[in-house]
Design a protein around this ligand. Sequence first.
Ligand code: ADP
Length: 448
Amino acid sequence: MLSFGKTDLLRMQRTNYFIGAGGLVLGLVLHCAVLGAWSVNLILLQSAWVLIFVLMGIGLGADRLSLKWTGTAAAALAFLGLTGFILLSGGANSPYFHILIALPFLQAVYSPDSRLPAVVGGVSSLLAILLFNAWGGVPLPKQILTVTSFCIFLGLALYGTRMYRHILHSHVAAHQERLRALERLAESERLRGEAERARAEVERLVLVGQLAAGVAHEVNNPLAYVKANLSYLQRETRGGGGTLGREELQEMLDETQQGVLRIQQIVEDLRGFSRAGTSPEERGGLPEALSEATRLAAMRLHGGEVVLELPSGLPMVRLGQRHMVQVLLNLLINAGDAVESARPVRRPRIQVRVRREEGGVRVQVEDNGPGIPEAVLPHLFEPFFTTKPPGKGTGLGLALCREYVARVGGTLQAENHPGGARFVLLLPEAPGLPVPVRMPRDEPWLTR
Ligand code: ADP
């Protein structure tokens, strides 16, 4: 639909007044040419009328005059000008008398946005018709018919302007309603975004909470030998030393330092993952994400192992690092939980196979758990679907994972294999250089 602003309306009205002035000049020239006589009075009257119309047009075009009042003034002026013209050209017998009847129509056409010009033109024309008829001695029945037909015309003209305004108002109302609907849509979109961010945040914190239980266990291990080494060194130095050789001493210090570094790594990983924020990056490297996710997952996979098949020269993928860690961590934790619930009890063994594929990378996470029951499979990625007891599962993990992955054009599918469940993640390649395989050195739960 075309949008028609106030400037367009003013320009159109200006043109209307100029056309009106042109019509008046043409009428005068025709009148004089046909009759073969030039009346000074008529020329003066018509010139004044033309001049005022031109000035009105200029004033309107420059937005210096009000549309409504100019229209009304033009109606009064047209009435006066026309009455004068009729008077000077034969009164009731003037060839222009019928224009008096058409005047309200003209005004209605020229200023349809307001009723006033048509009313002013109509009432004054009616008075003029009555006066001319009385002055010209027109018989009463003819007068009655003239006035009646004029009133019908006037009524139609007013009805026309009313219809126009009605249509205009409904257009404006529809436009405003559209704007309001758009505003509401934008607001609900904003709220949806906020809710989505909050949901993602909750799920991330739930993951952190799930890991927290394993942190003590993870930290305790290196802490135990750091403590033991330090007590031993203390005893050695207190007793004057000497029993330990330089090499043994170096080895012990190295071991202690590794333990401290391990604890530092655990704390940093947890802190990094629990830090609030979105994943603004548009690409990430799988080796780093896998390494971080397995380190974090180790806090839950007590004694379990993650077997990695990670080829070198993998391209960067479109999923941001933070989301990628979250997706992988979710799959690993779910796998760990599934194996934990399996009977007979077994040690978790999660196989992660990464393979380059046409246009992306395929990550396959297989566990040795009980597999996914057939009834559960269709609901796996539904938000809030969980088979875990309250407090342990939210049912949001896989739904969010699939959402993150789908957003960048990837897929996440689940299926069973003979020895457990298998999740297949396909991530599209991000344009850029391949990432080198960089694995942390001291990660006993990781085999390759
Ligand atoms: P949550 O872990 O909070 O339950 P998820 O969306 O991550 O939510 O998982 C939904 C459900 O999918 C889990 O409750 C579980 O029943 C099932 N599931 C996920 N991973 C596995 C798996 N590796 N083996 C068997 N079932 C699984």
